[in-house]
Ligand binder design. Sequence first.
Ligand code: IPE
Ligand code: IPE
Ligand code: MG
Length: 243
Amino acid sequence: MSNTVLKCPQHLAIVMDGNGRWAKKRRLPAAAGHKVGVETVRKVLRASRELGIKHLTLFAFSSENWRRPELEVRALMSLFSSYLDNEIEELASEAVRVRFIGRRDRFSKSLLKKIEFAESETASNSAFTLTLAVDYGGQWDIANAARQLASEVAAGTLAVNDIDEDRLDALVSLSDLPAPDLMIRTSGEHRISNYLLWQLAYSEFYFTDVLWPDFGRDDLVAAIQDYTTRDRRYGGRNETNNA
Ligand code: IPE
Ligand code: IPE
Ligand code: MG
């Protein structure tokens, strides 16, 4: 496994998908799949740290997931809440910084409090960043950054002609981290579903049919091994490809 550590992605982003199908196969409600999915989060977080990844960004709830049945949404919110109750102390002691990206105005007051507590409690940690994308949408993220630029223009502190990629980049989520090197999506879906639209511009994508509750350390290692074979050109031409 030592060779995987060598070229390990610094920043891994995951679309954790397939909980519903995992539950359906067992004639269980979707919530049962989400519950097992939380166990996978614990395992993948541990494995990521052991493998040398520095930043892990997990898509836990999209801005479109509010369209799910009320019972399922409630179950998900309650799982986020108990995850924070159960894990923060340990994560804080392990130098993990926990952050959230996405809208914050649609959570219950008590969940919002737990989110803020998790962030403040781990704010000074720097060994590893765990970012949870909850009520997150890539289009919202870009629109939010555009709104901030527009307000600077309206206030007279920014000229329209000074708006460029770097200015916008500085205002989208995760601007302080390196862009995700690798994006994994489980469950066989080959789409981005409004995840980090801006940030994934040059990320490598890895798709697996494994459902998120079944995803384990070996699957993560397989994804990283595949990543190590990729030739990241960023639009340029690497020396080795010139032949
Ligand atoms: C991913 O699993 C978790 C969330 C979107 C919250 P799904 O619930 O989307 O699983 P499938 O796609 O129905 O199998
Ligand atoms: C994307 O999965 C969101 C999360 C994993 C949190 P979805 O299951 O919501 O995406 P679609 O509906 O299949 O595109
Ligand atoms: Mg899904």
